[in-house]
Write a protein that binds this ligand. Structure first.
Ligand code: 3PG
Length: 406
């Protein structure tokens, strides 16, 4: 297996620029604590203990979404897992950021503002182009080394992920190491029996791409989340439409993927299990369900797969030799819409199969509903990157670390 340099290879007392992935669910403006903080704290704590000056970069949400917020709260949450305080500056590479970086002492930690608030961070471009941006050119001279711990964002060609490894000595953090090892092993593994993939979440475009690529490796796909609504729409049911003007979940992903969805439904229909119904909130605030024939996307927001769908997916999961789950099947954060996600995750936990649960937010359902992380072979904090690793695709952020080591 190809490898990279890790933080074990750092010289003493370095000024290190560390890319984390603290992208988290945000509810009513409040950033939700999750595994990513806990896992990244290991890398950050180790670097500070070693006496390095530690400057952290991360992103949150995407411009235009209500999860696109400042990282101020992230600093406090990360700090709660550390014996060190995590300072925060509401600037990424302007004068305020540079002053705060200069003021840092050995063993101190500073988190910079959301990288996606800088024009240079997005869109995705080649590393050489990103290395040439003002963002990278301004920050890089402040540091001796760049550390990428953001395995879960390593599929994105953004400045903070692919620009710096071209201009600074580059190393992998602890999360990068563990996730890379576990997820790469999956791509190369062979299984004797049935292989099932349970796909959900809000990033339908990602999972549809995976369904296309992995069609020969996966026997059955059980669909939930936004992808299932879009497939139901393609199959002629009333689902997968944006009902409110401020909702941008369905229509744009439908337009981007309609052809692929229709083709998959035609060519791989036997491999795809669709929901037989969906759940919504009735006028009394209670969970109610429609069969797929009853769906009415113009009048209801569907938040989970139906109980009958859970029953339908259950034996498929339990008869599998390997199960990969990516993304929640419904809005599990609300207990009344947790049946789909919890049903699938419990069935996986109770089955003697090789199991990987991925999807940045999805793994939160494990502790939220009293399950044990040890019931799974690997709980990945990555979403899109995890799923790309499953397909055997290279992750640009990882490739650059490997190149740097060579
Ligand atoms: C994630 O949460 O999966 C990563 O941080 C990538 O986020 P993105 O899909 O918004 O680029």
């Amino acid at each position: 297996m190809a490898s990279f340099n890790t933080i074990d290879d750092l010289d003493d007392a370095q000024r290190v620029l560390v890319r984390l992935d603290l992208n988290s669910p945000v509810e009513d403006g409040e950033v939700q604590d999750n595994r990513r903080f806990q896992r990244h704290a290991e890398t950050v704590g180790e670097l500070a203990d070693e006496g390095h000056r530690v400057v952290l970069m991360a992103h949150q949400g995407r411009p235009g979404r209500d999860t696109f917020v400042s990282l101020e709260q992230h600093a406090d949450i990360l700090g709660s897992y550390l014996d060190h305080e995590v300072g925060f500056v509401d600037d990424t590479y302007g004068d305020d950021a540079l002053d705060a970086i200069d003021a840092l002492d050995a063993g101190e930690i500073l988190l910079l503002e959301n990288t996606r608030m800088c024009d240079d961070e997005l869109p995705e471009e080649d590393p050489e182009v990103k290395a040439d941006t003002e963002f990278v050119e301004t920050l890089a001279p402040e540091f001796d080394a760049y550390i990428n711990d953001a395995y879960s964002a390593a599929h994105r060609k953004h400045a903070s992920l692919v620009g710096f490894p071209l201009v600074l000595p580059a190393f992998a953090g602890r999360v990068m190491e563990t996730e890379y090892e576990a997820n790469t092993a999956i791509a190369s593994r062979e299984f004797d029996g049935q292989v099932t993939m349970v796909v959900g979440g809000t990033k339908a475009t990602d999972v549809i791409g995976v369904m296309e690529t992995l069609g020969d490796k996966i026997d059955t796909f059980c669909l939930g989340g936004i992808a299932s609504h879009l497939f139901l729409r393609a199959a002629g049911y009333e689902s997968g439409y944006d009902r409110h003007e401020d909702l941008d979940l369905y229509d744009s992903q439908w337009e981007a993927n309609e052809d692929v969805i229709r083709r998959l439904l035609e060519e791989r229909r036997d491999q795809i299990e669709l929901p037989v119904g969906l759940a919504y909130e009735d006028d009394n605030g209670e969970r109610a369900e429609h069969t797929r024939e009853e769906l009415d996307a113009g009048s209801y927001d569907y938040m989970d797969i139906s109980e009958k769908t859970v029953e339908k997916y259950d034996p498929t999961i339990r008869n599998s030799d390997a199960v990969f789950l990516k993304g929640a099947l419904g809005v599990f954060e609300e207990e009344k819409f947790s049946a789909g996600t919890v049903g699938a995750v419990k069935a996986i936990a109770e089955t003697d199969c090789f199991s990987v649960v991925g999807g940045g937010d999805t793994s939160r359902s494990i502790e939220m509903y009293g399950m044990d992380e040890d019931s799974f072979d690997h709980v990945s904090i990555a979403g899109g990157a995890y799923i790309r690793a499953l397909t055997g695709a290279d992750l640009p952020g990882v490739e650059l670390l490997i190149d740097a080591a060579n």
